[in-house]
Design a protein around this ligand. Structure first.
Ligand code: NAD
Ligand code: ZN
Length: 251
């Protein structure tokens, strides 16, 4: 299929849909300057992730997690939504998308103007932190200033619990409400569009599978092959911004 045919087919699927889900991974944010995990040069080629048990079990692991967070925070802070995010926002505002299910933790869908209630975050959000015990919210910048003075991992001033970015680490329980909403939206959709996910992290990658089993059309836009290309109705191995932008008519 030529590039033009691929875009025309994606556009046709969108126009034919009654209700859609857009499912996004780190790949939609690389065009905003945030590296993904699994592309060459991605985060995993530099760091082994700190899983939840390590974070809970060791002050040194917590300090290391926070050092990394403060080192990468300027990149997240500087990032702005790109053409792909804008096209997704248009699909929500003027198109069939009822919800965005995202694995991303960067908050860029909300920054592109999509109402908070339409964004389902499966892996939480790294733009703020909270106490793991009482859920009190903390802002990253204030934590950074305190950390630079003492080099101690932050503790909750209300209850003494560990403070962690509001993300889901490997080994940490998935957020129940988000998982339930994601399932309901997936089952209600007749079109499921995957953008920029290698579809190897479960349970997140189970949603496109479920959509397909439930009779929805499945479209995947990703630079590289994914784990679910075989069952998809349309696979476009292309950059998201220009592809979805052209399909939706957004610059
Ligand atoms: P991933 O890194 O496993 O896969 C990203 C995929 O996107 C790759 O297959 C890559 O080929 C593709 N891609 C990259 N840039 C692209 C572009 N411009 N156009 C088209 N395709 C592009 O990402 P994942 O599946 O989301 O899983 C990684 C996990 O890491 C997620 O759970 C997420 O929580 C976390 N993460 C989030 C961010 C973020 O919030 N921006 C960044 C890194 C990692
Ligand atoms: Zn607390």
């Amino acid at each position: 299929m030529s590039d033009d045919q691929g875009i025309a087919e994606l556009s046709r699927l969108i126009r034919a849909a009654r209700r859609a889900v857009v499912f996004t991974g780190a790949g939609i944010s690389t065009e905003s300057g945030i590296p993904d995990f699994r592309s060459p040069g991605g985060i995993w080629t530099q760091y082994r992730p700190i899983d939840f048990d390590e974070f809970m079990g060791s002050e040194e692991a917590r300090r290391e997690a926070w050092r990394r967070k403060f080192a990468t925070d300027p990149t997240i802070r500087a990032a702005k939504p790109n053409r792909g995010h804008r096209a997704v926002a248009a699909l929500v505002q003027n198109g069939p998308a009822a919800a965005i299910i995202t694995q991303n933790i960067d908050g860029l869908h909300q920054a592109s103007g999509v109402p908070e209630k339409r964004v389902i975050e499966l892996h939480g959000n790294t733009t703020y932190a909270h106490c793991l015990d009482c859920r009190k919210r903390y802002e990253i910048e204030a934590l950074r200033i305190a950390f630079e003075k003492r080099e101690e991992a932050p503790r909750c001033d209300a209850c003494g619990g560990f403070v962690k970015t509001a993300t889901i680490s490997f080994g940490q329980a998935m957020p129940q409400e988000a998982m339930q909403r994601a399932e309901l939206e997936t089952l209600a959709a007749d079109l499921f569009i995957v953008l920029g996910s290698s579809l190897v992290v479960y349970p997140a990658a189970g949603f496109p599978e479920l959509a397909k089993r439930n009779g929805a059309a499945l479209a995947i836009v990703n630079r590289e092959p994914t784990g679910l290309d075989e069952i998809a109705d349309l696979v476009l191995n292309r950059a998201i911004g220009e592809t979805l932008g052209a399909a939706v008519g957004v610059d």
